[in-house]
Design a binder for this molecule. Structure first.
Ligand code: ME8
Length: 526
């Protein structure tokens, strides 16, 4: 494991408010950032908004406001949403900020002076919603954008081009030498077969038909292509080419920092092909990994504002709490595969993992300790074979969890913990504490309680990158001392004897399937 970690989300277009898909990507990055911090890795987590381009300019005009007013409002909404979702980003970059604009211009000039960018003419098919030019073959006879399947239009203009041929061999070499550069690995072939194998054209990196963008210093009637502008955020936010390059040096230049970009499958080619080439052009290091996550749909339909089927995370958080929403996103979908949001799945997931499994274990254990031991966690004495087995399983779970999360496999890591919680719930049934109490087998009864408390603490800590509010609640219910709240405490088995337990409210109330699915359906119908 490297000793520093830099993780980024895509910077989202503030052309409309965020929906559950944006929240998904941001929550997954937040979980990874929180996990690394928990492991003592110095971490920097960046998100932000991509505020230039024709689409934003058009949306602002439709609303009768300036583009800046338009993006100010929506960028503010993004920030508020991330606050409500307890996202722990270290910075929020906006591409209309001075600190960013200057860097984009510097990067362009550097590439231009290198001879990597040249002036030519562009004629092709343009998709405004995707801000992308496409070739005849790509749009086919129907003239539809290969990404979003909307109609494209013919566009011709004097434009600057980035010479992709120059860096392709080096890029292919990087992909070859670092098999984890594109993750999941299945995405690598897709990328190669779809975009590289048919032949890579030079990339058009400027526009003259609108002006909401970063001007090219050398030729101000051009604005820099919104993707070149946007990708640069990953280094402009760290202060690249600014008076204070401390963060850039610390996180980008240090080979002992792992750099991870998390992006949706819709935008992977920009991150896997062009961004590394720009970096090679300016003589900077390329990221270690581009993790391509899947896209979520709603009941089988692509989420889009025009269809009116967008789910906003805010009303879900208000009704079910931030941890339930974060948990659903983290656990329901395999990170890297496409997934489906449905109200039924949300209710089922919350009930199954949080109410019936984790929450139930916490409430049963705390009640029993209050009932049988006056609220004081007993000491583990003379553990039997079963307990040694659970101790072994606990250590194995922690290790497997760490390996999975280090490999960005969040879902699999959490599954290990859920399995451990299942074992603990089953252990209650098998050991029958109520019988032990009746028969006066106090030492055995105490041991069962000590083991349950230990399992709860391990689970609460390992799940805390997702369940950000639950950990402290669990610590408070079990009166866990400050010195036993750190990650290292998990290495000890049953160190919690003497803690004072109080019976708390249910951590996660069970949701009524009919009532709650109806409620969530009503949200997406609006
Ligand atoms: O593409 N399911 O911004 P964007 C899962 N500004 N994730 C989703 C999703 C869905 N249905 N919809 C969106 C842009 N996302 C550019 C990025 S980066 C230098 C510039 C997430 O607002 C997913 O991560 O269209 C996707 O890649 C991203 O939002 C696209 O956000």
């Amino acid at each position: 494991m490297k000793n520093k970690f830099y993780i980024t989300t895509p910077i989202y277009y503030p052309s409309a408010n965020a929906h559950i898909g944006h929240a998904y990507c941001t929550v997954m990055c937040d979980i990874l950032a929180r996990y690394k911090r928990m492991r003592g890795v110095e971490t920097y987590f960046l998100t932000g908004t991509d505020e230039h381009g024709e689409k934003i300019q058009k949306n602002a005009a439709l609303k009768g406001v300036t583009p800046q007013e338009f993006v100010d409002e929506i960028a503010g909404n993004f920030k508020n949403l991330w606050k409500a979702m307890k996202i722990s980003n270290d910075d929020f970059i906006r591409t209309t900020e001075e600190r960013h604009i200057k860097v984009v211009q510097d990067v362009f000039s550097k590439l231009y002076n290198n001879g990597d960018i040249y002036l030519g003419n562009y004629e092709g098919w343009y998709c405004t919603p995707c801000e992308s030019f496409w070739t005849d073959t790509q749009v086919g006879e129907e003239h539809l954008c290969p990404d979003c399947h909307r109609e494209v239009h013919r566009d011709k203009e004097e434009a600057y081009f980035f010479n992709t041929k120059k860096y392709l061999p080096e890029l292919l070499d990087i992909m070859e030498k670092n098999p984890k550069f594109i993750l999941p690995i299945s995405r690598k072939n897709e990328m190669f077969n779809t975009f590289i194998k048919p032949g890579l054209d030079d990339l058009c990196v400027s526009r003259t038909t609108f002006d909401w963008g970063v001007q090219i210093r050398e030729n101000p009637k051009h604005v820099i292509y919104v993707w070149m502008d946007a990708l640069t955020n990953y280094i402009s936010a760290l202060g690249y080419h600014s008076e204070n390059e401390e963060l850039y040096k610390k996180f980008w230049e240090d080979p002992d920092c792992e750099i991870v970009h998390v992006v949706g499958a819709d935008i992977s080619r920009f991150h896997v092909i062009y961004w590394p080439m720009f970096l090679l052009g300016i003589g900077a290091r390329v990221p270690d990994r581009v993790f391509v996550h899947g896209l979520l749909d709603l009941n089988g339909e692509k989420m889009s504002k025009s269809r009116g089927n967008v789910v906003s995370p805010l009303p879900l958080i208000e009704r079910y709490g931030v941890d339930a929403v974060r948990w659903f996103l983290a656990k329901e979908f395999s990170f890297g595969s496409d997934g489906r949001f449905s109200p039924e799945l949300f209710v089922e997931r919350t009930n199954m993992d949080l109410a019936n499994n984790f929450g139930n274990l916490v409430s049963r254990t705390s009640s029993m300790i209050v009932k049988y031991f006056d609220g004081v966690v007993p000491e583990l004495k003379n553990p039997n074979e079963k307990i040694k087995e659970i101790e072994h399983l606990t250590k194995k779970t922690i290790l497997a969890y760490e390996n999975y999360l280090d490999d960005l496999k969040v879902n699999e890591g959490f599954s290990e913990v859920i399995d451990l919680l299942n074992v603990a719930n089953k252990y209650i049934e098998e050991s029958q504490p109520w019988v032990l109490s009746k028969e006066g087998r106090v030492e055995e009864l105490g041991n069962v309680m000590a083991v349950l408390v230990n399992t709860i603490m391990v689970a609460a800590k390992l799940l805390s990158p997702a369940l950000v509010e639950t950990l402290d609640k669990v610590y408070d219910i079990f009166g866990i001392k400050e010195e036993l709240r750190n990650y290292e405490a998990l290495q000890k088995f049953c160190p919690y004897a003497g803690s004072n337990v109080t019976k708390g409210n249910a951590l996660f109330p069970r949701l009524d399937m009919n009532v709650e699915t109806e409620y969530i359906h009503s949200l997406s119908a609006k």
